[in-house]
Design a protein around this ligand. Structure first.
Ligand SMILES: [Zn+2]
Ligand SMILES: [Zn+2]
Length: 240
C-alpha cells in the first residue's frame, strides 16, 4: 500500500503538473507553494486521515444491507455506492458551510491559489464527517476482491485532484453529469456569492436538485481564492 501511494504520488506530480502547465486556468508559482502543500498533504495523509478513520471506526456507521443488494454484481454495487456516498458527501459539505461547522472546513478553503495539490487539505473534524457517507455506503463493497480498497483510495485521490486541477476544463454538457475543475474552482472563490454554491463532489445533480448550482458560464474566469483570515495552523488542522 505504501509503495502504491508513492507510485501514485509520482504519477500525479509528473502528469498533473504537466497538464496544468500546458493550459493553466489561474496564475500560480509552484516554486512558492509546493513546500507548504507537500507538508499539508503529508500531515493530511499521515495524521489527519488515520485519526479520522480511528474515530469513525468506533461509530456505528455500518447499516445492515439486504441480501438482494449484496448479491448484485460488483459493478452494480459500486454504482450504488458512488451515488449514495456522493449524496451524503454533498450534505456533509453543505453542513460544513453552515456557521457552526465552517471552522472545520476552513483549512480546505485556506489556499489563495488553485492547483491539484491545493485541495489535499481537510481538518480532522471535517474528515471524520466526510468519511461517514463513504463508510455507510462502503458496506455494499464488503463482499469483493482484495483490491477494491486500492481502487477506492485511488479514486478518491484522483477525484480530489481533478476538482482542484488548475485547468479551465468543463462545459455545460459535461456539467450536467459530473463536477469539472472550473465548476469546483467557483466553490473556492472568495466571493460570498459563490462559496455556498457548487457543493457537489462528483455528481452535479445534487446542486441542481437542492438549489446550490452556480452556472460556471455566468461567472468571470478571473477568481480570487482564500478565506481572508489567518487562523493558526493547529486550529486549521484540527478544525476548531
Ligand atoms: Zn467547501
Ligand atoms: Zn475543494
Amino acid at each position: 500500500m505504501v509503495k502504491a501511494f508513492f507510485l501514485l504520488l509520482l504519477l500525479r506530480i509528473l502528469i498533473l503538473t504537466r497538464l496544468e502547465r500546458a493550459n493553466p486556468a489561474h496564475p500560480i508559482s509552484y516554486r512558492d507553494v509546493w513546500r507548504r502543500d507537500a507538508v499539508a498533504g503529508l500531515v493530511f495523509a499521515a495524521a489527519v486521515f488515520p485519526a479520522a478513520m480511528f474515530v469513525d471506526n468506533h461509530l456505528p456507521l455500518r447499516p445492515p444491507v439486504p441480501d438482494s443488494l449484496m448479491s448484485l454484481p460488483l459493478l452494480a454495487r459500486f454504482a450504488i455506492y458512488l451515488v449514495v456516498a456522493d449524496f451524503g458527501h454533498y450534505w456533509v459539505h453543505r453542513l460544513l458551510h453552515t456557521a457552526p461547522f465552517w471552522r472545520a472546513h476552513k483549512w480546505h478553503h485556506y489556499p489563495t491559489y488553485m492547483y491539484w495539490l491545493a485541495g489535499d487539505r481537510g481538518s480532522i473534524i471535517q474528515q471524520i464527517l466526510v468519511n461517514v457517507p463513504y463508510i455507510f455506503a462502503g458496506v455494499l463493497l464488503d463482499v469483493g476482491p482484495w483490491w477494491i480498497a486500492l481502487v477506492l483510495a485511488t479514486k478518491n485521490t484522483l477525484q480530489n485532484d481533478w476538482m482542484h486541477l488548475n485547468v479551465p476544463w468543463g462545459n455545460r454538457w459535461s456539467e450536467w453529469f459530473i463536477v469539472t475543475p472550473r465548476y469546483h474552482h467557483i466553490h473556492h472563490s472568495d466571493d460570498p456569492q459563490h462559496y455556498k454554491g457548487n457543493l457537489a463532489a462528483l455528481f452535479t445533480l445534487w446542486d441542481r436538485l437542492f438549489g446550490t448550482y452556480v452556472d460556471p458560464d455566468s461567472v468571470p474566469r478571473e477568481l480570487k481564492f482564500g478565506i481572508g483570515e489567518q487562523p493558526t495552523a493547529i486550529r486549521l488542522v484540527i478544525g476548531v
